[in-house]
Write a protein that binds this ligand. Structure first.
Ligand code: NAD
Length: 498
């Protein structure tokens, strides 16, 4: 349940105090809370319960108690719940657009994209309960039959990020739930409603059984109190983490000690190769979208473009012209494409990386000067290889794109692979066979030919390799959130060596 915040300066729909959602109840009303601010102007947009280990334990217990019934629920009953939730998401579109704007700085273009993907994923997952649950295998032993069935794991505990929070939170719990697991979510403290709490409202209204989905929120800096419980609880059989590689390394060490299965959806350094036979206009459109959707704060945003030198000048001039038409400002204005960065630290990171490149001799094509949290789409060319934004060693999480000209496609390809990340990449070419041959050699979880590095669809398996993590979305998530059970039946007496 959410309560209107009487004292909030703004009376918009997002000014609410949110409780934890545990075992089908909104708990802890009147307990400690922490404020959530609009990244654009620092306005208070809500408060959320400041929880810790006690709430996390209660949530895990509720999820564990709900597991057997949820795992055995008839596929038709589960299907109706998911379909109903999809309808509620669409009905609440306007309110969700507002929420994502004031909590995360998301433009209407980005929030609408997330709402569409979320409803699509719910509707697809609704049917998975009817897909084959296993296989019958042949045995060399006379009279023996072997069957393999997919079984849910138990409780899956999820961490959600603040960026793309609405869709990514669905991805974090909906995929495990569709395969029969129950869940506990710890949303990002920067966007607790769009990263989990609003989902609890939707599932509650849809009629999901108590305990199947639980949300515990925490004040900034207090995440470990909750995550420690996840790692320590035997009932939690899998940790589903979406966030930075930095946090994943901390949690991964804990998972190692606890021998806990972990799914990791991390960042990327997603290159675009524009070959000499590419359609320049199409490349400009794809790169503008791929690099600057959500101000470059999406894991799959393009970070570096390698463009053939014969197309370089035309591409850069066209990209600059297109990017400079993107309206910057308050994302509640439907015409705005570029909203604020999430916090001052994000602005400082981009500014420092731009300055580092300029100090080393890079050329500024456009952008480069912040107005508060508003940082314009920024393009750098002639960037020395050792500039931080160009090396590929670290993700630059904001609206900064590096462009590099090449003469030899093979060299450009090799340079594009010189990064610890392996999430997404794009090749722009009119020769699809050439594109496919090159694509086959990319060390990434995703490679698009003639599309942006950000080309998500709910049905497609998104995920990374190397430091971008492992695990896949869509139906392929069955590999992450179920385990294979082997059952054999023998009809004849055994033949044993002793
Ligand atoms: P983050 O790593 O700071 O936070 C992610 C989650 O981990 C949050 O819930 C946060 O509260 C929690 N967390 C942070 N420190 C913790 C700690 N010490 N102990 C326990 N929990 C902790 O990431 P973010 O800034 O929220 O998100 C942006 C990052 O996520 C970027 O690197 C982006 O590329 C990545 N990301 C990846 C995908 C993907 O699908 N591959 C999608 C979205 C975001």
């Amino acid at each position: 349940m959410t309560i209107s915040l009487e004292t909030a300066a703004s009376t918009n729909a997002s000014s609410v105090v949110s409780s934890h959602f545990i075992n089908g109840e909104w708990t802890d009303a009147g307990g400690p809370t922490f404020p959530v601010h609009n990244p654009l102007n620092g306005e208070l947009v809500g408060e959320a319960a400041a929880g810790g280990s006690a709430e996390a334990r209660a949530a895990v217990e509720a999820a564990a108690a709900a597991f057997p019934a949820w795992a055995n629920l008839a596929p038709g009953a589960r299907q109706l719940l998911f379909l109903k939730a999809a309808d509620i998401v669409e009905r609440r579109t306007e309110e969700l657009v507002e929420l994502m704007a004031v909590e995360g700085g998301a433009s209407r273009a980005f929030s609408s994209f997330q709402i569409r993907l979320s409803a699509a994923m719910l509707r697809q997952a609704a049917g998975w309960g009817y897909l084959p649950a296993g296989d019958v295998l042949r045995s060399d032993v006379p009279g023996r039959t072997a069957t393999v069935t997919r079984k849910p794991l138990g409780v899956v505990a999820g961490f959600t990020p603040w960026n793309g929070a609405f869709y990514l939170a669905w991805r974090t719990f909906l995929l495990p739930m569709a395969f029969g697991n129950t869940t506990v979510i710890k949303p990002s403290e920067l966007a607790p409603r769009s990263a989990g709490l609003v989902h609890a409202e939707i599932l509650e209204e849809a009629g999901f059984p108590a305990g199947t989905f639980n949300v515990v929120t925490h004040a900034p800096g207090e995440a470990p109190a909750i995550s420690d419980v996840f790692f320590e609880s035997p009932a939690v059989r899998c940790i589903n983490f979406t966030g930075s590689d930095r946090t994943a390394r901390i949690l991964g060490a804990q998972a190692g000690r606890a021998l806990k299965r972990m799914v990791l959806e991390l960042g990327g350094f997603n290159p675009v190769l524009i070959l000499d036979d590419a359609d320049v206009e199409e490349s400009i459109r794809a790169v503008t979208f791929g690099a600057f959707l959500h101000q470059g704060q999406v894991c799959m945003n393009s970070r570096k473009v390698y463009v053939h030198s014969s197309l370089h000048d035309e591409f850069v001039a066209g990209l600059k012209a297109r990017v400079e038409t993107l309206k910057i400002g308050d994302p509640r204005d439907p015409a705005v494409i570029i909203g604020p960065l999430i916090n001052d630290g994000a602005v400082e990171q981009i500014a420092a990386r731009v300055q580092d490149a300029l100090d080393r001799g890079a050329a500024l094509v456009t952008g480069g000067t912040a107005d508060g949290r508003l940082y314009p789409p920024t393009i750098l060319s002639h960037v020395p290889a050792d500039a931080i934004c160009s090396t590929g060693a670290d993700e630059t999480f904001g609206p900064l794109l590096v462009i590099e000209a090449f003469d030899d496609a093979e060299e450009a390809f090799r340079a594009s692979q010189n990064t610890p990340f392996g999430l997404s990449a794009s090749i722009m070419t009119r020769n699809r066979a050439r594109g496919l041959d090159l694509a086959a050699r990319f060390d990434t979880g995703i490679i698009h030919i003639n599309a942006p590095t950000m080309a998500s669809e709910a049905s497609l398996p998104v995920g990374g390799v190397k430091d971008s993590g492992w695990g896949r979305s869509g139906y392929y998530a069955i590999e992450d959130f179920t385990e294979v059970r082997l059952t054999t039946v023998s009809r004849e007496p055994g033949r044993y060596p002793f």
